[in-house]
Design a protein around this ligand. Structure first.
Ligand code: F6R
Length: 612
């Protein structure tokens, strides 16, 4: 949450900063600001609202200089306002800083600094840092930042400039993401929250680790520990290209990303399925067969949509590998005792790879002896770096705040792992593995076929049910996750009331919600739960609820029990969550669009949740 960007160089600094902020806007969008060094003075311009508001404010009065920092905010301490927007300055306006994270001891620090005479202007935790650096400034910004950060507890990616150290940017990281972009042409460098911000300028980067500081000038980048010891970094090449982060003619990123799923799924498979063999090439897995045979329990560590992807694979892992799997949201998991031990494999799933709750739960798991496998989209992200092994999903940048292509690619990546685990443990025979892998290889084409053939029908249904204000999403077995994910999508982007439920739980309470006003979306694919799922639809229709069923092509029976049917191609039941997730995304998207919602940036949310 919150995006930060810094630049030194000859280009139009404000334009570079704004371009970075636009790419980071998915991280937070309630206020924004820039600070630029102009003729030996720090000039700060801020605005409440999206980046476009800041752009309007800057029109015609852009500060001009060759060093600047910028920020787009997702409020934690103090409501969204111009006053609380970053950059924040010290008392005399010599130092300006931008920050992402949470300063846990800010109240204590603030009181101390106020008692020493520092004047605060905002309600933020961040402003404390500006005054702290001011307190320790004696002619060297780097030293002041290092000294100040010694007193700070919490998480931060912070970038500072000072008019008394022109030509220098100081950045530091503790638990919040930070990347340095190395100028492709001489005389410029960048710093930002994530690679998307610097894509249009450079592909060469340093990934900054926890406890590291960076001193940047136009011609030099020095990475050190917070204690001042030099750190040697290797150059990291960003593979994503700038075009992948554009809307490419679509109205929203979300719909573009929904339609990108066939491609994303092909990329997730990549070269991992070895010809017609019942074998997989999971090159960065780093978990030996001997260890995988010893694993007694798998714990999925994830939040939101990523945790629902975990639920999909819970079903597959238990069914195909006979290993017990526990799924709980990471925000809860990190506080539960005795969940992990040496024979537990933690699978951390995270699109961004920077979700604070997920990282905290992972650290707890490691402390208790578990090994970790990361399933993430962002190469070199914290989740990847803090795990023993990693399977990148290679879905390409996901900009829409509501996760879509990452969800299906996460399931695909984990299904690949599931087959590997089953082969290693002998619970999946090579013939069954070959059948499953053939099924997986067909999924991208089937997703394509569905999008080409059924998207218009889903749009029609969204129009038909536009006035439905309350939804229930139901599923059983492999599709409990589909229900949870469908409900989350419509809640977050259409702002409609929706509950996701295990269909079998209806009679234990939620059936009381069903009236003629309620819309029910239910995934009913062919498999062991089909009959029971049909029973649930009957219970709902008997009470007047309207049913849209997501069912297999060729299933004629379903028509008797549903008002409308969305058809998905047939596949193995354990693989079907990949396909069943797509109509749920499309339905939520089209409903939200009819309501004219801000689909890519829903209210109160941010894409990368880097605070607990
Ligand atoms: C919902 C959504 C969120 C994320 C969650 C975890 O559409 O995107 O629920 O899934 O915040 O984010 P990552 O996957 O980045 O850890």
């Amino acid at each position: 949450m919150c995006g930060i960007m810094g630049y030194l160089g000859e280009r139009d600094t404000v334009e570079v900063l704004l371009e970075g902020l636009r790419r980071l806007e998915y991280r937070g969008y309630d206020s924004a600001g820039v600070a630029v060094l102009v003729d030996g003075k720090v000039e700060v311009v801020k605005a409440k609202g999206k980046i476009s508001v800041l752009e309007e404010v800057l029109e015609g009065k852009k500060p001009e200089g060759s060093v600047g920092i910028a920020h787009t905010r997702w409020a934690t301490h103090g409501p969204p306002s111009k006053k609380n927007a970053h950059p924040h300055a010290d008392c005399k306006g010599h130092i300006a800083i931008v920050h992402n994270g949470i300063i846990e001891n800010y109240l204590e620090l603030r009181e101390k600094l106020q008692a020493e005479g520092h004047k605060f202007r905002s309600e933020t935790d961040t402003e404390t840092l500006a005054h702290l650096f001011e307190k320790y400034y004696d002619g060297d910004l780097e030293k002041a930042v290092r000294r100040g950060l010694k007193e700070v507890k919490g998480s931060y990616a912070v970038v500072a400039i000072s008019d008394r150290d022109p030509g220098v940017l100081i950045a530091a990281r503790q638990y919040s993401p930070l990347i340095v972009g190395l100028g492709e042409k001489p005389g410029e460098n960048f710093v930002a929250s994530d690679p998307s911000a610097i894509l249009s300028f450079t592909r060469k980067a340093y990934l900054i680790d926890n406890g590291e500081m960076v001193v940047l000038t136009r011609d030099r980048v020095e990475v050190k520990t917070l204690a001042g010891k030099a750190v040697k970094k290797s150059v990291f090449h960003i593979e994503w290209d700038a075009e992948m982060a554009e809307k490419g003619g679509h109205k929203h990123f979300m719909i573009k990303e929904i339609f990108e799923q066939p491609h994303a799924l092909r990329e997730t498979i990549g070269e991992r399925i070895a010809g017609g063999e019942a074998a997989l090439k999971l090159d960065r897995l780093n978990l030996t067969d001997a260890y995988l045979r010893r694993v007694k329990k798998v714990a999925i560590i994830a939040c939101g949509t990523a945790s629902y992807a975990g639920m999909a694979v819970q079903y597959a892992l238990e069914k195909l590998c006979g290993v017990p799997v526990m799924v709980d949201v990471a925000s809860e998991l990190q506080h539960r005792e005795c969940v992990f031990d040496k024979e537990t494999l933690g699978i951390a799933i995270s699109q961004s790879g920077e979700t604070a709750d997920t990282l905290q739960a992972m650290r707890m798991a490691r402390r208790q002896g578990a090994k970790l496998l990361a399933i993430t989209n962002v190469i070199g992200s914290s989740v990847a770096r803090e795990s023993n092994g990693v399977l990148y999903i290679h879905a390409g940048p996901e900009i829409g705040v509501a996760s879509t292509k990452a969800y299906t690619s996460q399931i695909m990546a984990m299904l690949l792992f599931c087959v590997h685990l089953g082969l290693v443990r002998g619970t999946i025979k090579p013939t069954a593995a070959r059948r499953l892998l053939r099924g997986m290889k067909r999924l991208p084409d089937q997703a394509e076929e569905f999008l080409e053939g059924e998207a218009a029908h889903v749009e029609e249904l969204a129009r038909k049910y536009k006035d439905v204000m309350r939804y229930l999403y139901l599923g059983r077995g492999a599709h409990y996750c589909t229900a949870m994910e469908g409900a989350l999508k419509i809640k977050e982007i259409a702002y409609l009331d929706a509950e996701g439920y295990a269909a079998g739980e209806m009679k234990h309470g939620p059936l009381a919600l069903v009236t003629e006003e309620v819309g029910v979306l239910s995934a009913v694919v062919e498999g062991p739960h089909y009959e029971k799922s049909i029973g649930n639809l009957q219970e709902i229709r008997a009470r007047g609820g309207k049913v849209i069923a997501v069912a297999n092509e060729g299933d004629e029976e379903i028509q008797k029990y549903a008002d409308d049917v969305i058809r998905i191609p047939k596949t193995e039941e354990v693989l079907s969550p990949v396909l069943a997730g797509i109509p749920m995304q499309l339905y939520a998207y089209y409903v939200a669009d009819l309501w004219d919602r801000e689909i890519d940036q829903p209210r109160n949310l941010a894409k990368s949740v880097t605070v607990e």
